[in-house]
Design a protein around this ligand. Structure first.
Ligand SMILES: [Zn+2]
Ligand SMILES: [Zn+2]
Length: 285
């Protein structure tokens, strides 16, 4: 590192991430209303990139047969498998909270809660484990210390979780997985992609793993009655919403048949903020 510019951010390490940042900058030019959300997302990506390159492989046997056998009994990735470096997690928790605070996406008391959590070396692993396990079937309740801080924890854990997902996805056959939760970490999807073959892949909100799912059914309550699914689309048709009138939740989709690039969750999550607002206005959540 140069002594003359100690505060300079690390240089880009991954081409995919640089492309995400480039797309985010384009998005800001096209939709100036999204400027603050774009700037925050770029900051978060840059923070995560500083950690990403040194995350090791998950502590799990990565042979395909082993992974496929695990998948038969449920989501593969256990908390014990995560290659967590606690100093990195603390750094990301604090830096994420600060970035969100600077963009008025977090209240000051929540920043203090994150700071307190990071100072307590024995509590932090307990709290993060509860966050990780709470979504798993029979996984127990979320620790009160993490309540309301899920977004920050999710951002801080993203480098570790996406690293695990990349390693496992490359070696596992997900074609038999038909559930609505992530085959890796049990997380819920928050985005989907419609492929050129008109299939729908769900994308995990936590580890970004992708898996094929029914084209119609609601991925939250499994309602598949077409008359109870309301669809909305962005003006250019690039994004769609499937809103479920049974459970009142919705899932966003990137329609790859109309896009000029592949789906990019950190970019598409920001680009679809106006659709989120439209869904919320209609009473969906
Ligand atoms: Zn996942
Ligand atoms: Zn539903």
């Amino acid at each position: 590192m140069s002594d003359t510019q100690p505060e300079r951010p690390h240089p880009p390490t991954g081409r995919a991430e640089s492309r995400e940042i480039l797309e985010l900058r384009n998005l800001k030019l096209e939709q100036p209303d999204l400027a603050s959300a774009v700037d925050l997302q770029i900051e978060l990506l840059q923070l995560q990139r500083r950690v990403q390159a040194r995350v090791p492989l998950p502590s799990i046997n990565l042979e395909a047969d082993h992974l496929n056998a695990l998948l038969a009994s449920g989501p593969i990735l256990q908390f014990e498998h995560l290659p967590i470096e606690w100093s990195d997690v603390r750094f990301l928790l604090r830096a994420t909270a600060e970035a969100m605070r600077n963009h008025e996406a977090l209240e000051a008391p929540d920043v203090r809660r994150i700071e307190a959590l990071c100072r307590d070396a024995s509590r932090l692993p307990v709290v993060l484990r509860s966050w990780y396990d709470a979504v798993r079937p029979g996984g127990g309740a979320l620790d009160a210390a993490a309540e309301g801080l899920e977004t920050i924890v999710q951002q801080a854990m993203r480098p570790v979780l996406t690293r695990c997902a990349d390693a496992i996805m490359a070696r596992t056959d997900f074609s038999g997985w038909q559930l609505h939760i992530c085959p890796l970490c049990a997380g819920e999807p928050d985005l989907s992609v419609i492929t050129p073959a008109a299939e729908r892949l769900l994308i995990c909100s936590r580890c970004a793993a992708r898996w094929r799912f029914d084209q119609i059914a609601c991925p939250f309550c499994l309602n598949d009655d077409r008359s109870k699914i309301t669809s909305l689309a962005s003006r250019d048709g690039k994004y769609r919403l499937s809103c479920c009138d049974a459970c009142r939740r919705y899932i966003k989709a990137f329609d790859a048949r109309r896009g000029s690039r592949p789906v990019m969750p950190p970019v598409d999550g920001v680009a679809t903020l106006p659709l989120d607002a439209a869904a919320i206005q209609r009473g969906y959540q």
